[in-house]
Design a protein around this ligand. Sequence first.
Ligand code: BV8
Length: 243
Amino acid sequence: MTAGRDSVRAWAAEARHIAVLTGAGVSAESGVPTFRDALTGLWAQFDPQELATESAYRAHPERVWDWYAHRRTMLAKALPNAGHLALARFGQTHPDRLTLVTQNVDGLHQGAGQPETIALHGSLMEDRWLDAPRACCNSQPPQEGRPPVCATCGNLRRPGVVWFGENLPPAALAAAEAGVARCDVMLVVGTSGQVYPAAGLAFAAHQQGARVVVINPETTELDRIADVCLREPSAICLPFLLE
Ligand code: BV8
């Protein structure tokens, strides 16, 4: 596997443009449970794909709101790790050679100083109204309550993330696709590759002839289109590849 690491390091050094797709695994070494590990305790019995949906929220607002509040609490103690920092430094020194796309909602790439992060699935730290806000909702959104609600019309606040069954922000997806279309190397880091359209970006890179590198201690759905799979934690691997 050493040959793999050294080859990928050379590819990254020579690349005109590197596209990076990160998933929850890139934050694992910051102590943030991966998406599929985030269902512990009260929520262990639920499937994330069921819980992270508008219908689950409308049916059980407190349960879903509390799951996000729980994840926010865990995130409050998390700091960017060496993998986030290596990507941020590369983005700062080579702004025109990197497109960073993340599925993560934890804000750790941004917190690491990444100049530009394309956040496909929104942000855990932001809320918005569940239904289109009316005049009564436009006052200062309520902060307390689980979930906070407009006292006049009962509109709920909801986490500022993209739930399953919801479209991704069109501008973010278009920017991600443009970065992938021009890349000659794509690093797929810390994702099981199960969620679309994000995972489809790796196929698009492969189809347009880019070298695809999977960085993940475990096997993933995207291994079959990878030129190289580096079975390493991203906080170890990314600094080696990019610095
Ligand atoms: C869409 C925000 C169009 C929420 C997330 C039926 C109906 C509707 C849609 C679908 C359908 N069937 C399929 C779909 C599409 C669906 C989808 O992909 N489903 C899959 C699961 C079957 N996608 C959607 O719905 C998307 N929208 O398609 O719109 C549409 C509209 C209407 C109707 C039809 C289509 C929206 C998807 C966005 C969902 N929101 N997040 C929240 O966070 O609560 S996705 C969620 O999963 C997280 O963002 C997470 O990042 C993402 C992907 O998971 P991973 O990041 O890969 O995390 P995971 O835990 O799986 O893996 C972690 C990996 O890290 C592991 O491999 C592990 O080995 C590795 N790892 C661990 N430690 C390390 C490490 N790697 C490196 N270093 C380490 N140290």
